[in-house]
Design a binder for this molecule. Structure first.
Ligand code: PGA
Length: 250
């Protein structure tokens, strides 16, 4: 089980450090085998890495450059993120795909950069409401997987997050059955493409995960944790979601 918080464009430095400290304290008590990650804005990464040192909490970035260096104003490379102490990089989040032009091709380049620099990419896929209504969930999700993982040779260090766009930040969550259906599709696509190691690939669900719905989602056989947005900005809620993952595992 793995639970990762995506803080998006939120927090002052003081808020980030205090949230990180509260999460570190909360999950240390849990003493479980659940992996925990938090993804603050780039500028607070270093402070958050320092504040969580010695705790089970790992730190990730919300994005990464598709290039390894050079004249790319405003970008941050995978090597820089690794140097500052990141473990994870979220890649291909639907907000990046919809608002910042991250095509599958761009996502694939970012995945390659992350892997080449020792980071674990959390590769996001998910359909819009129109695509779901049109019965295209499987097509869309497997198409995004094929494009985003085009340059990947093995599943070592790959995490996939299924985030239905209609469930992100809306308060509307996929039902456990809906999540399990798509996760099973993802698992079987990964198995066809990469073989038996797909059984070990963490498949996270994201989209309005909260303490009240986390346990049911995490109990699904192919749901191996969560990518949590809004609820990760509140330490108590996020820690409760980590505890739900521990309960689902146990
Ligand atoms: P949410 O966001 O939990 O606020 O729906 C999830 C995400 O975008 O990763």
């Amino acid at each position: 089980m793995l639970v990762v918080g995506n803080w998006k464009l939120n927090t002052t430095q003081a808020e980030a450090v205090s949230l990180a400290a509260d999460v570190a304290r909360g999950v240390s008590d849990a003493n479980s085998g659940v992996g925990v990650g938090i993804c603050p804005p780039y500028v607070w990464l270093e402070a958050v890495v320092e504040r969580t040192a010695g705790s089970p909490v790992r730190v990730g970035a919300q994005n990464v450059a598709a290039q390894d260096g050079g004249a790319y104003t405003g970008e941050v490379s995978a090597a820089m993120l690794a140097e500052v102490g990141c473990t994870y990089a979220i890649v291909g989040h639907s907000e990046r795909r919809a608002l910042f032009g991250d095509t599958d091709e761009v996502v694939a380049a970012k995945v390659s950069q992350a892997l080449a620099n020792g980071l674990t990419p959390i590769v996001c896929v998910g359909e819009t409401l129109d695509e779901r209504k049109a019965g295209r969930v499987e097509d869309v999700v497997t198409g995004q997987l094929a494009g985003s993982l085009a340059g990947v040779e093995s599943l070592e260090r790959i995490v996939v997050a299924y985030e239905p766009v209609w469930a992100i930040g809306t308060g509307e969550t996929a039902t456990p059955d809906q999540a399990q259906d798509v996760h099973a599709t993802i698992r079987s696509w990964l198995r066809d493409r990469f073989g038996a190691s797909a059984a070990q690939t963490p498949l996270l669900y994201g989209g309005s995960v909260k303490p009240a719905n986390a346990l049911e989602l995490f109990r699904q056989p192919d749901v191996d944790g969560g990518l949590v947005g809004g609820a990760s900005l509140d330490a108590e809620s996020f820690v409760a979601i980590v505890h739900a993952a521990a309960d689902a595992e146990g």
